[in-house]
Design a protein around this ligand. Structure first.
Ligand SMILES: [Mn+2]
Length: 539
């Protein structure tokens, strides 16, 4: 059961104004910036990148390009890291640099710049400059190791920095963009005249990395979605085609739920280099080959996640429900524990920790519920962990198997003390109660001004009370979805609605009076523009 939380009262007046206010946008300037995004406003200064560090990075890179020094772009195996690497690599390549990309292996090197990664690179020959993407801000030891080997390091990253920064040649850092966004800004500077290229890649990364779609990120995604719909990259086109989506209809949902998982599957199960190859290839045959590989690997990833999820759920159902989910198994693949933890939170709405047991160590991923800082929580048991890192809603750690039992006990006890009732309540955020005479195509068009929707800019959600159910029809596999028609109080209007995934356990019947929470969708049928209410909850 979700608690409905309505943010604003409807006052006659502009609905857009209310929606903006709900998103913290109040002044005229803020409103204008939000509704009229301009790429020129995405500057290093606007996202608080240190200007001296940026200049020093640019100088060093330009010198390396000129002198044909050997440059490595050191990325990461997720969408953000892959896209950022592609952006810098292609830009430097176009400028005539001697440059290669490098994506570490999740299994052999783990995340970020490491001594092992640098050693691997040195085996391939001389190396003068490493530029990190989406990592490096806490790689103090690795940077020192590189220096000892005569390699300069320039860090570009967006992760939270620690007290002591690495001793790098220059650090281009902000937490206000995703990693690819930082790389993109640097690339724009290297090009000297702004070309606003690579926006489709920045957009894939910004949405996949779940950064808030406000400020500079909103501007990048606003233009980047258009760029993605018109992309000429044959790899992306092949993948879009294989995934069965219509390129003109690509939006934040398609990026976050259909394209990003395919790129990420490679890093989770095998090698993220193939995702990078797909993005950068100019060979049609290779584009097809890699698109097929990503698709297949994603299917495999789905299956592994599903198997692990069923296993984890059965374990929880056997236990009496505690305030925390903690499940370790050697059958869980390291690359998918984060996905399983996320699904467990959806299912049970409890902080969830899923561990992949190795020979001596276990790798864990934790996901939280709103308002409960999981990385802080895990740090209460730091003495039992090999390493720990992450964010308030998602974290990861390594633990020795011999300490698993003790850790589990300690965390259960801490959760019992720290988790409050209000943490465990599911909240459904609603923008405002909408009168029936405003449920129309005009309103739909108005709210589209706020798109693209996503993190920190949710799709406008409304509540309307006292609608009468006029018809119900089960649709989809096993009748899991319901098609409804809903009648307004004075019977003057009928709305068509769809409720996904509530077919089986819904008790509603024709003639019932219901309150519904929904978003407004549209379809064009026989040349008429219709709206449809996409129901999120019904009472
Ligand atoms: Mn990132």
């Amino acid at each position: 059961m979700k608690k409905w939380q309505v943010e604003s009262k409807f006052e006659s007046g502009d609905i857009v104004k209310i929606l903006l206010k709900n998103r913290g946008i109040k002044t005229k300037k803020e409103t204008n910036d939000f509704l009229n995004p301009k790429l020129q406003k995405v500057t290093a200064q606007a996202v608080k990148i240190n200007d001296r560090q940026l200049k020093s990075a640019l100088q060093r890179i330009n010198k390396a390009v000129e002198n044909k020094e050997k440059i490595i772009i050191f990325g990461d195996y997720d969408v953000d890291g892959i896209c950022g690497t592609a952006i810098l690599w292609e830009t430097l390549n176009a400028l005539g640099a001697d440059v290669l990309p490098y994506i570490p292996s999740r299994f052999e090197e783990g995340y970020g710049l490491s001594e092992k990664g640098i050693e691997n690179l040195l085996k391939q020959g001389k190396l003068d400059l490493i530029i990190t993407v989406d990592n490096g801000i806490v790689a103090n030891d690795a940077v020192t190791f590189a220096k000892k080997n005569g390699i300069d390091v320039i860090i570009t990253d967006h992760h939270v920095s620690a007290k002591t920064l690495p001793d790098a040649f220059a650090i281009v850092h902000t937490t206000l963009l995703c990693g690819a966004g930082v790389a993109w800004l640097l690339a724009q500077k290297l090009l000297k005249t702004a070309q606003f290229s690579h926006l489709e890649l920045v957009t894939l990364a910004t949405i996949a990395d779940l950064v808030p779609l406000t400020g500079a990120n909103r501007i990048l995604v606003y233009f980047g979605i258009k760029a993605l719909r018109e992309t000429k990259r044959i790899g992306l086109l092949a993948l879009i085609n294989k995934a069965g989506i219509n390129r003109e209809e690509i939006d934040t949902y398609e990026i976050g739920h259909i394209l990003a998982p395919r790129f990420n599957a490679m890093g989770r199960l095998s090698s993220a280099m193939d995702s990078l190859r797909l993005i950068c290839t100019s060979d049609k045959k290779k584009a097809e080959k890699f698109a097929e590989l990503l698709n297949q690997t994603n299917l495999e990833r789905q299956q592994l996640t599903q198997e692990a999820l069923l296993h984890a759920k059965s374990k929880v159902e056997k236990q009496s429900i505690k305030k925390l989910i903690f499940i370790a198994s050697d059958s869980y693949q390291q690359g998918i524990v984060g996905l399983v933890a996320g699904r467990m939170v959806e299912e049970f709405y409890l902080p969830s920790i899923i561990l992949s047991k190795g020979k001596k160590y276990s790798k864990a991923s934790a996901r939280s519920v709103k308002g409960f800082n999981i990385v802080e929580f895990l740090r209460t048991a730091a003495d039992l962990l090999v390493d720990i890192g992450g964010h308030p809603m998602a974290a990861g750690f390594t633990v020795e198997n011999s300490k698993l039992e003790l850790l589990e006990k300690k965390l259960y006890e801490a959760a019992r003390k720290l988790l409050k009732k209000e943490h465990l309540e599911r909240i459904l955020r609603i923008d405002l109660e909408l009168p029936t005479d405003l449920i129309n195509y005009k309103t739909y068009e108005k709210i589209q001004q706020l798109a693209p929707f996503g993190m920190s800019n949710p799709e406008p959600t409304f509540l309307t009370k006292g609608l009468t159910i006029q018809s119900i029809r089960a649709v989809g596999k096993d009748g899991r979805h319901l098609k409804l028609s809903l009648q307004s109080k004075n019977s003057s209007q009928i709305f068509s609605a769809i409720a996904f995934g509530i077919g089986e356990d819904s008790k509603i019947k024709i003639g019932d009076k219901v309150d519904v929470v929904y978003t407004i969708e549209t379809n064009i049928w026989n040349g008429y523009k219709n709206i449809e209410l996409k129901i999120k909850d019904i009472k």
